[in-house]
Design a protein around this ligand. Structure first.
Ligand code: NAP
Length: 545
């Protein structure tokens, strides 16, 4: 049964069920609800899960944890929340993060306006009413003036299109649909398919628990050590005292992390200095080696080769069997050109007797059988198969809902050849719909980006209400100009020349085999400056009525 949402007094003018509907109760949806309530709006959040937390609700696979510093990840909008919440580790695990999300929901009494177990299947714009009607899986319908998507860039899990998937008699899970009850790995023969950030965390966590682990790897990824640790009382005090400074820093850095590129180029220092710098970064916690490296490693192939070679040497030094080490070293992309998985003794896993690495480019998976997996003509028997096979990213969650704008135009159709947006926040022909963490926004350290986007959307809605506006739409010129800008920004980036979820590639999904520019890849401060300018000019770039 859905929980019972509150009944705020209706605005009495529109005859609509709600002033605003938010889809999704993850970090974006929760904060958006908080802000819209402050405006006095009648809001409802629809959430498919049974709890708040989004990513941290669904991704409860073994070893799921932050890759960015816990204290830089939490919400910054409430001093009281910052003061009372204590992260136990520098990079907190999923159970703690989910507890945090629940704590936020309790503290701000969010659940009374969130309807759980409610998956939105369609959202249709009605021009006469200047409103949206959303339909849930159970056919219930609700109307609203404003529709805000908070559906996440990595929320639509995908499975390999391999024969026999339903024949398997053992247990099988996608990491993003992990059961709430603990999975018993003792003495079990386990397969993991996929070696992205999720696969890496899963593999390193379960290797010592299982009877035998077989890792099916298609593309190795460059990984670097996380160097996690507990936060002691002294450090806790320092973190709390330094929140203001830290969030100010996150506002200035390229991608809102506490790390930002070193102003030097890789060849502006001597070979010895470069090596010493890489050694230092490899020994430090978090994304420093990715986000705080020389300014040109993600732009210049030769600069990139220096860090790739350095990390390849590290892999060779950590993996005893040279043949396996070579298999773990990426050949088709440079270091950091895909999202960097951070690891804790991941490479050492392959020194264990109970772990086998199968390179599926040599030993292709032929089919799933009732007893396991047939690959390269060999039958592997398994009790458990884990699919760490990623997501239909960025636009995938939008494709799951039938969004129809003016004249019945479908968002899926409109974005067939790649997304087209205004500031990553709005779409022409989809009036009164705002997207949080959709395509073409600055992602980076996500909660920092979320807070900015939610505040921008809230200010726009406040403006509309203060000026009696009931129709807000991005113009075709605005969309064309922003989309061109995003494409131009992505042009020189090595990461846009590589297949990954960041370039819209997912061979498990039909039609996702051509690279697109789905992400804004400029700096977060530049992104905010542009959005601020639009607000300061009273949204004149939008079509307002
Ligand atoms: P991912 O990076 O897309 O990795 C999916 C993996 O599955 C890849 O190794 C892929 O191989 C493999 N794969 C997919 N389909 C396959 C098939 N049919 N047969 C064999 N292998 C297949 O997905 P992810 O690891 O879930 O991570 C996605 C993103 O989520 C991350 O990049 C990160 O942004 C986020 N994440 C964050 C955290 C954190 O903050 N701590 C943790 C986990 C994930 P190919 O590379 O060959 O396609």
């Amino acid at each position: 049964m859905p929980t019972s949402p509150s009944h705020n007094p209706p605005d009495g003018r529109s005859g609509l069920d709600f002033d605003a509907i938010v889809i999704g109760a993850g970090l974006s949806g929760m904060y958006q609800l908080y802000r819209l309530r402050e405006l006095g709006l009648k809001v409802r959040v629809f959430e498919a899960g049974t709890e708040v937390g989004g990513t941290w609700y669904w991704n409860r696979y073994p070893g799921a944890r932050f890759d960015s510093e816990s204290y830089s990840y939490g919400y910054s909008f409430s001093k009281e929340l910052l003061e009372e919440w204590e992260w136990s580790e520098h990079f907190a695990g999923q159970p703690e993060t989910l507890r945090y999300c629940k704590h936020v929901a309790d503290k701000f009494d969010l659940r009374r306006d969130i309807q759980f177990r409610s998956r939105v299947t369609s959202a249709i714009y009605d021009e006469a009413g200047r409103s949206w009607t959303i339909t849930l899986e159970d056919s219930a319908r609700f109307s609203t003036r404003f529709l805000i998507t908070a559906i996440g860039p990595l929320s639509t899990p995908t499975l390999p299109r391999v024969e026999g998937r339903d024949d398997f008699k053992g247990q099988s899970f996608h990491t993003a649909r992990w059961p709430k009850e603990p999975v018993d790995f003792k003495d079990k023969r386990v397969a993991v398919i996929g070696t992205g950030a999720t696969g890496v965390q899963t593999i390193q966590t379960i290797a010592s628990e299982v009877g035998h682990l077989t890792v099916f790897q298609r593309t190795p990824n460059w990984c670097a050590p996380l160097h996690n640790g507990k936060i002691d009382a002294e450090t806790q005090k320092k973190i709390k005292a330094g929140y203001g400074e830290m969030f100010a820093r996150c506002r200035e850095t390229f991608a809102c992390f506490i790390h930002t590129p070193d102003p030097r180029g890789a060849f502006e220092v001597s070979d010895e200095e470069r090596e010493a710098f890489y050694e230092k970064l490899y020994g430090e916690p978090g994304f420093g080696i990715w986000q705080g490296n020389f300014r040109d490693i993600l732009l210049d192939r030769k600069a990139n080769a220096t860090i790739s070679e350095f990390v390849a040497r590290k892999i060779r030094s950590r993996v005893k069997d040279p043949k396996i080490a070579e298999k773990l070293i990426p050949r088709n992309h440079g270091f950091g050109t895909r999202r960097l998985p951070l690891e804790t003794f991941y490479y050492e896993v392959y020194n264990r007797d109970n772990v086998e690495l199968i390179d599926i480019t040599e030993t292709p998976i032929e089919r799933i059988t009732p007893d396991g997996i047939r690959a390269g003509g060999r039958d592997f028997a398994f009790d458990i198969i884990i699919f760490a096979t990623g997501f239909d990213a960025i636009t995938g969650a939008f494709d799951q809902i039938d969004f129809r704008g003016t004249d019945g135009v479908q968002l899926r159709d409109k974005w067939k050849r790649g997304p087209e947006t205004y500031l990553g926040l709005m779409v022409h022909q989809f009036p009164n719909m705002m997207m949080l963490m959709g395509p073409h926004t600055a992602l980076g350290n996500i909660p920092r980006s979320i807070e900015y986007s939610v505040d921008w959307v809230t200010a726009l809605i406040r403006y509309a209400r203060e000026h009696g506006l009931t129709r807000l739409e991005a113009t075709p010129e605005g969309v064309a100009s922003w989309t061109d800008h995003v494409k131009a920004l992505g042009a020189g980036l090595l990461s846009n020349e590589v297949d990954s979820w960041m370039t819209g590639i997912n061979r498990n999904v039909e039609g996702k085999t051509t690279r697109i520019v789905a992400r804004y890849s400029g700096s977060a401060p530049a992104y905010r400056a542009r959005c601020d300018e639009v607000a300061a000019n009273e949204y004149r770039e939008l079509s307002l009525a």
